[in-house]
Design a protein around this ligand. Sequence first.
Ligand code: G3P
Ligand code: CA
Length: 370
Amino acid sequence: MADRRQVLRIGALAAGVPTVLGATGATAEAAPHRPGRSLVIGHRGASGYRPEHTLASYELAARMGADYMEPDLVATKDHVLVARHEPEIGGTTDVGSRPEFASRRRTVVLDGVAVTGWFTHDFTLAELKTLRAVERIPRVRRHNTLYNGLFEVPTFEEVLALRERLSRELDRAIGVYPETKHPTYFRGLGLDLETPLVRALRRHRLDRPGAKVFVQSFEARNLRQLREDYGLRAPSVFLTSATGGPFGDHTTYAEYLTPAGLRRLARYVDGVGPDKNQVIPRAADDTLGTPTRLVADAHAAGLKVMPYTFRAENQFLPADYRIGTEPDGYGRALDEQVAFLRTGIDGLFTDQPDVGVLARKLRTGDRVPA
Ligand code: G3P
Ligand code: CA
């Protein structure tokens, strides 16, 4: 591991790439925030309409008008990055019905929590490629089960190739928003996510300030390492949860989001990706409450704010944005997103990118097709 990091650091120096804080758009002095068009990020692709993290899901997101496609990244046994939300694949592939892999089921301790199932790091890429994706929440998204068994688990390389093909075809640069999932855990297995991530971005000429890339992580230390040790130059975003803090970190997410915490973050990241409830919390009766100061404070620190995750189904919406009582039915998702866009956020993650694109049109007064 140390060797690989050393090689990357040397490679960056040889290329004239600074490896200290401020190597990218993130600088020690907060850059003034420049508001622009809010970005629509296809969360796990267009996961409201296709099984998540499949090429079909990413392609649909781009065709619906998403600015960015969002692959979560984990590693295989042979150290290849693949797109899955977590290393355990029992919930999103058909591995549980494959007798040849029955003996791979086991329990691991993942960030301090015992998890039982099948894990990407116990499979070579060739083995993983024999599996097929299935819908994670079939009772909520019954339509998506139509596609169970059709699509492979994609590699990050395949996602980047798809991005290039669709950018040419659609005549606009589609962005990619990769997330390192459980980076400390994978590092402990000798399968660091950072080395293949940075290599892939460089191979596709995407590791540069201004590239249509945001590298994201729930671990601030991981983003700092990417800057300092791996010489990452592409923009990055620190993800925060409404409670707790990063694994193995004494600083809570709430502390990272104070004005002082945000100024410190701005030394090595370009934005924050909060839980949407950190931008507009729910009131006691589960209706949409009053916006916090987060957007203003982050902008004052020179950071973008792109909250997650906007979903159209009633069960994910504030009480006053639901329609009827069917939890899986669609509610007033457009109105919810417009309310959030009014806070000045710079983008949003959504499972239904068409809803995000339409909400942005409604917010900005763009013409909505009749
Ligand atoms: O990366 C933004 C959002 O995707 C974070 O939540 O758990 O869906 O990866 P998660
Ligand atoms: Ca994610």
